[in-house]
Structures are given as structure tokens and as C-alpha cells.
Design a protein around this ligand. Structure first.
Ligand SMILES: Cc1cc2nc3c(=O)[nH]c(=O)nc-3n(C[C@H](O)[C@H](O)[C@H](O)COP(=O)(O)O)c2cc1C
Length: 320
């Protein structure tokens, strides 16, 4: 069962590991790539040289991968990545036609993550090689206000030969199979890959994902320090419950505003900060922002990423 998308990157499994911020480590992308799927790095925030070093390491290891850039941020690593040459680059939170052309000229495939049919139309017009459709079930920052099933149908209908990848709330083989039956050439999972051995999420955060159900998530603007006015889906933790009970006030009038709930090296995780706790964080890590999609329903264990890819794809093939 091969597709254009799988052929581009030599994949044997049509699964993409989403760029899950700092939790997307070189080791995670390597494990995903070695299992035949497509890993990624989130390069909007790390220092440019660190991003370049990680991408260079994956190239040296001959791992297929993509690098992601959120267009809301300065993306200082992008020129270095274009000069390096990578298999693919994805953009989210916007489309920039000139940038798409510039990246394509470097030989990389360009994907654009969209949360609406209009966004897909703009991305197609800008020359995107593939479209990632993000449904509102997604964890992390959410561009969408439409359930995946509806938006995927709308975008598959207008995409023609351009491959469409489905994302948002998928964490088991039923979800993968459903998206592929609808015409997706692959699925991208973020929350599921947070709960893997190789992700850099804090151990208590991983365990919270295993314990949680979809009803424990909320689509909110609560954790907005560092990225205001952008909706995100998170676990309803102590900070969220306290803020909601106070009537969801705006900054700077939120309860505990400015509290340092945890630290990670020199970085202080403020209560309403938009960064989730990495593995080395100490303090009340479960009070920090805990991104999670509705797919937590189907996360029952922290698994090695390669074994997860192999298991999910074997189960999906039986369903298809
Ligand atoms: C912890 C976390 C960090 C994320 N960081 C990014 C990012 O840097 N860039 C981006 O385009 N999407 C990011 N996303 C969103 C993913 O691209 C994807 O849309 C989402 O994970 C899909 O939903 P799922 O988590 O339910 O699988 C992030 C998601 C999570 C859970």
C-alpha cells in the first residue's frame, strides 16, 4: 500500500510524528524514522545553531524527517535549514507564498498545516506540496474550529492530486484507519508521541496523558504567556481549574499570575507560560501547561516510539 507521499520520503508506514515543541527530540525522530515513518523537529524556538545541529544529525543518520516553523515567530533557524537542505519543511499558523517558493527551490517538499477549508485553498494556491489538516481535537496550539472528520472531507475534495495528511485527536489504529478511508495519505500524531520513551516530556506529564480521558482536555486561551491570542488544547490541571473558577480573567488579573511553578535549567516556567514541562523540570510540573489532544482516550502506556509505530500500523492494516 504505497502513496505518492510515502514514495517521496521512502516510507513504509504513512504516519508522521508531529513537531511537538521541545519534546520532539533527535532520538524521537530517529526511532520513528527507523520504524519506517516520518519524524520531525520543531524549530521555531530553539536557538538557530541548536536547530541546525539537530537537523544535521538526522541527515547524517539518513533519517527521513521534516522541520516545522510556526510563522508567528521569527524562525531564525529557517535560513540555515534551507542552506542545509532537508527532506521537507512544514509551516503552520499562516502561509507565505514567497517562503513556500524559496523552500521548494532548495529541493525540500513543503507542507502547510491548516485548520480550515479557506486555509487549505490558500496553501494550495501558494504551491504547497502537501496539506496537513488539523481538526479541533488536536493537542497543542489549535488553528481549527472544525472536527477533523468534517474538515478532512472538505479538504480532500479540493486537494486534487496534492497529498492530504490528517491530524488532531488520532492516537490509535481506529483513528488512523478512519482518516485513511476518508482519503488521507497519512496521519500526523502529536499527543500520542509525547507519551513515548524518547520524547522529552516530563515523566509526570507522560503519566498524566496515560491517565487522562478526552473530557479532561479543554480548548482554551489560558496558557498565553509567550504566545497570546492563540487557542490551545491542554489538560484541565490545577492552574486551569483555578483560573476557570475565578471566571477566566484576562492577564494580569489571573490567580497566581507570575508564579514560577517549575524550573528547567535557567528557564522558569511561569504559571501561564506556553511551554510544557521538559524531562529535567523540577517543581510543581503538573501545574504547568500540559498540551493534550482528545486522543488521550487511547493512550494506555508510555511506549518506545519505534514499537508504537510498528504496532499501530500492523493494527491499522488489519482494519483496512
Ligand atoms: C506538545 C505539543 C507541541 C506542539 N508544537 C507544535 C509546533 O511546534 N508546531 C506545529 O506546527 N504544531 C505543533 N503542535 C500541533 C501538532 O502539529 C498537531 O497539529 C497536533 O499534535 C495534532 O493533534 P494530536 O496532538 O491530537 O495528535 C504541537 C502539539 C503538541 C501536543
Amino acid at each position: 500500500m504505497n502513496s505518492l507521499f510515502m514514495d517521496w520520503f521512502g516510507l513504509t508506514v504513512p504516519i508522521l510524528q508531529a513537531p511537538i515543541g521541545g519534546a520532539a527530540t533527535v532520538e524521537l525522530a530517529t526511532a520513528v524514522g527507523r520504524a519506517g515513518a516520518l519524524g520531525s523537529l520543531a524549530l521555531s524556538w530553539p536557538e538557530a545553531q541548536a536547530g541546525l545541529r539537530d537537523a544535521t544529525e538526522l541527515k547524517t543518520r539518513k533519517i527521513p524527517f521534516f522541520t516545522n516553523f510556526v510563522l508567528r515567530f521569527p524562525n531564525e533557524a529557517l535560513p540555515l535549514i534551507i542552506a542545509l537542505g532537508v527532506p521537507a519543511v512544514t509551516f503552520s499558523w499562516g502561509v507565505d507564498e514567497a517562503l513556500v517558493a524559496r523552500v521548494k527551490a532548495s529541493g525540500a517538499k513543503v507542507g502547510v498545516q491548516v485548520g480550515s477549508k479557506a486555509g487549505a485553498q490558500t496553501a494550495l494556491k501558494a504551491g504547497a506540496d502537501f496539506i496537513i489538516v488539523q481538526g479541533m481535537e488536536a493537542g497543542g496550539h489549535v488553528q481549527s474550529s472544525t472536527p477533523l472528520q468534517k474538515l478532512l472531507a472538505d479538504v480532500v475534495a479540493i486537494a486534487g492530486a496534492v497529498p492530504v495528511i490528517a491530524a488532531g485527536g488520532i492516537a490509535d489504529s481506529q483513528g488512523v484507519a478512519a482518516a485513511m478511508r476518508q482519503g488521507a495519505q497519512g496521519v500526523m500524531m502529536g499527543t500520542r508521541f509525547l507519551a513515548t520513551v524518547e520524547s522529552d516530556a516530563h515523566e509526570l506529564y507522560k503519566q498524566a496523558l496515560v491517565q487522562a480521558t478526552a473530557g479532561d482536555t479543554s480548548l482554551t486561551n489560558c496558557f498565553d504567556v509567550g504566545w497570546p491570542y492563540a487557542m490551545h488544547r491542554v489538560l484541565r490541571n490545577s492552574t486551569f481549574e483555578m483560573w476557570e473558577a475565578a471566571g477566566s480573567p484576562a492577564a494580569p488579573n489571573r490567580p497566581g499570575e507570575g508564579d514560577v511553578v517549575a524550573t528547567s535549567g535557567p528557564t522558569q516556567l511561569l504559571r501561564y507560560f506556553d511551554s510544557s514541562p521538559p524531562e529535567n523540570a523540577t517543581g510543581d510540573v503538573l501545574a504547568a501547561c500540559l498540551y493534550a489532544g482528545t486522543g488521550v482516550d487511547h493512550i494506555n502506556a508510555v511506549e518506545p516510539a519505534g514499537a508504537l509505530v510498528t504496532r499501530l500500523w500492523a493494527e491499522t492494516q488489519k482494519l483496512l
